[in-house]
Write a protein that binds this ligand. Structure first.
Ligand code: AMP
Ligand code: MN
Ligand code: MN
Ligand code: MN
Length: 295
């Protein structure tokens, strides 16, 4: 009887033994994506993804719906989250995969991060008002789809809607990127906290989109040393914001650190993402794919 339950639950999870197309980085309306989790699941399956993770920013609220929809679509599903951290003053994102979402340290830590986002958003609104653009915090709230998760993406979408810039990247470039007038410093989670929450909940920690950080090569290696020391095991090598040169560079670092390699589109929605779900190049063949650690 026990073995029957085990076998049928494995089949029900639809986890492929060797996924040909895994995508372990994507967002829904639970953070700053445009589509509900079940719609993201359907789109991933329609694009040929056979193993998928939803990785909303600092929130686990979409995982149950995503899992059911993935199973209905015959696609494997892995619990995911993208945690906002700060390391030596640099904001960095760490993806967690394959954890227990009921773990209290993980969910409690994320609760605090989301509360901190509200206070940070108010300060962003004040900073923009000080340069003559009032009401942006209130306006951004109209673009928020999860009342407890406000991100700079919501600010950018509102600012496009009132004609401050033609598109979202333009708003970031002139107002919201580090060093621009609407950017405010913020205390995110520490590296130890985020990796500790993920591994303490039985998951695997992965560095998200490493090419996006404003860091020297030496600082990146220092960060990866620290990440490995605290228990990090993976790095995104193929992702929506990586050029072919970035892929080669971070593949070399994955080999050097013996990290498992991840592949993730960072899909937010059809109109605001460079790469659609599952539409990424394959990982270099010699790398250890991170799905091996979570299925
Ligand atoms: P936050 O977590 O509030 O700092 O917001 C970060 C989010 O803003 C990212 O996850 C993206 O969705 C979006 N974002 C950041 N930089 C850019 C950019 N240059 N262009 C477009 N969207 C961006
Ligand atoms: Mn985002
Ligand atoms: Mn990110
Ligand atoms: Mn992301």
């Amino acid at each position: 009887m026990a073995s029957f339950v085990l076998e049928s639950s494995f089949a029900f999870n639809c986890l492929p033994v060797t996924p040909a197309n895994f995508d372990f980085h994507s967002h829904s309306i639970v953070s700053d994506g445009f589509l509900p989790p079940r719609v993201v699941a359907g789109r991933a399956a329609g694009n040929g993804v056979d193993l998928w993770a939803l990785t909303d920013h600092d929130d686990l609220g979409g995982l149950a719906e995503a899992r059911v929809a993935a199973e209905e679509a015959g696609m494997g599903f892995v619990n995911g989250v993208e945690i906002s951290i700060e390391w030596r003053g640099v904001p960095i994102h760490v993806v967690g995969l394959g954890f227990d979402p009921a773990n209290p340290a993980l969910s409690g830590g994320l609760d605090e991060l989301r509360v901190g986002r509200i206070e940070r958003a108010r300060r962003m609104g004040d900073a923009l008002a000080a340069i003559g653009i009032p009401g942006v915090y209130e306006g951004a709230l109209c673009f928020v789809t999860n009342p407890s998760l406000i991100s700079r993406a919501h600010f950018a979408r509102y600012m496009v809607s009132i004609g401050i810039a033609r598109d979202v990247p333009g708003v970031f470039q002139h107002y919201l990127a580090s060093g621009k007038p609407g950017y405010v410093d913020h205390r995110w989670a520490t590296l130890d906290e985020a990796v500790g929450w993920i591994t303490g909940a039985g998951g695997v920690a992965v560095v998200a989109h490493p090419a996006r950080y404003k860091m020297s090569g030496a600082d990146m290696r220092h960060f990866l040393d620290d990440f490995k020391d605290v228990g990090g095991q993976g790095i995104e090598v193929t992702c929506g914001s990586h050029s072919p040169d970035h892929v080669m560079h971070f593949a070399r670092l994955a080999r050097h650190y013996a990290f498992h390699a991840s592949r993730g589109s960072d899909f937010h929605g059809p109109d605001e993402s460079y790469v659609d779900l599952g539409k990424l190049p394959q990982l270099p063949e010699d790398l250890k794919p991170v799905w091996r650690l979570v299925v």
